[in-house]
Design a protein around this ligand. Structure first.
Ligand code: HEC
Length: 211
């Protein structure tokens, strides 16, 4: 190594020092931020763990054991709630939310057509009704233009809505099952237009005994 070489090394060393001057004061700011973000992430994680039940997106539903009576009550409650929804959206325009009817539309509350043999109301819902009938001492269906059209619902929906009507507004009658609706629908399969009240009275004489 001759002189010019060592001069070159010196110059390079000097240049290097100028480019990266030694740190004089240690900077605390970045450390403080790292610490604060760490805390933030930590507390967020705790919060998340709490609010998601230990990070489970779909926590298992806790097994609740119901007695047979409780299970039955629950089933009935659900069925009637579904029936109520259907009634309010499909029947209440004519029969009113309170089942008391209005103007030319007969009441369902307290009506024998609703609470006696479940075949009657079910068949009315399936095929509709026309012609004169009497409900709670008052005549309905006297105008040829005010008739009940068949209701387009499946058997399960009919079972729910009919069960609701038989148990709402003070009515207290047996529920109707989907299987019963299927049987009633079979029996009514040859009925191609709306029933008349007289037809149903003939089919269900017992229900109208004493009228
Ligand atoms: C477009 C109006 C209309 C809708 C919707 C309607 N009904 Fe009726 N309903 C009538 C009319 C009108 C009569 C009476 C027909 C007659 O006298 O010939 C009647 C009669 C009845 C009767 C026998 C009479 C009585 O008051 O007990 C029952 C039961 C009945 N409807 C149940 C229902 C149920 C349940 C629904 C819903 C699934 C429903 N109706 C939807 C118009 C309607």
């Amino acid at each position: 190594m001759d002189k010019s070489d060592s001069a070159l090394v010196d110059v390079h060393a000097k240049l290097g020092r100028e480019k990266h001057p030694p740190t004089k004061h240690f900077l605390h700011a970045p450390l403080v931020f790292v610490f604060l973000f760490g805390c933030l992430i930590f507390f967020c994680a705790i919060q998340l763990a709490h609010s998601t039940n230990d990070f489970q997106l779909h926590p298992p539903v806790k097994e609740v054991s119901l007695t047979p009576e409780e299970a039955e009550a629950k089933r009935m409650e659900r069925k009637l709630a579904s029936g109520k929804k259907l009634f309010n959206s499909r029947c209440a325009t004519c029969h009113n939310l309170d089942g008391k009817g209005k103007d030319l539309f007969p009441p369902l509350a307290g009506s024998k057509w609703v609470t006696s043999n479940p075949g009657i109301i079910t068949k009315i819902v399936l095929k509709g009704l026309k012609g004169e009938i009497e409900v709670l001492g008052k005549k309905y269906g006297t105008s040829a233009t005010v008739i009940m059209p068949p209701q387009v619902l499946n058997n399960r929906e009919i079972a729910n809505v009919v069960s609701y009507a038989r148990n709402a507004w003070g009515n207290d009658a047996s529920e109707v099952t989907e299987e019963q609706v299927a049987t009633f629908a079979d029996e009514a399969s040859s009925q191609n237009e709306q029933w008349t009240g007289d037809q149903l009275k003939d089919l269900y004489k017992d229900a109208f005994k004493g009228d």
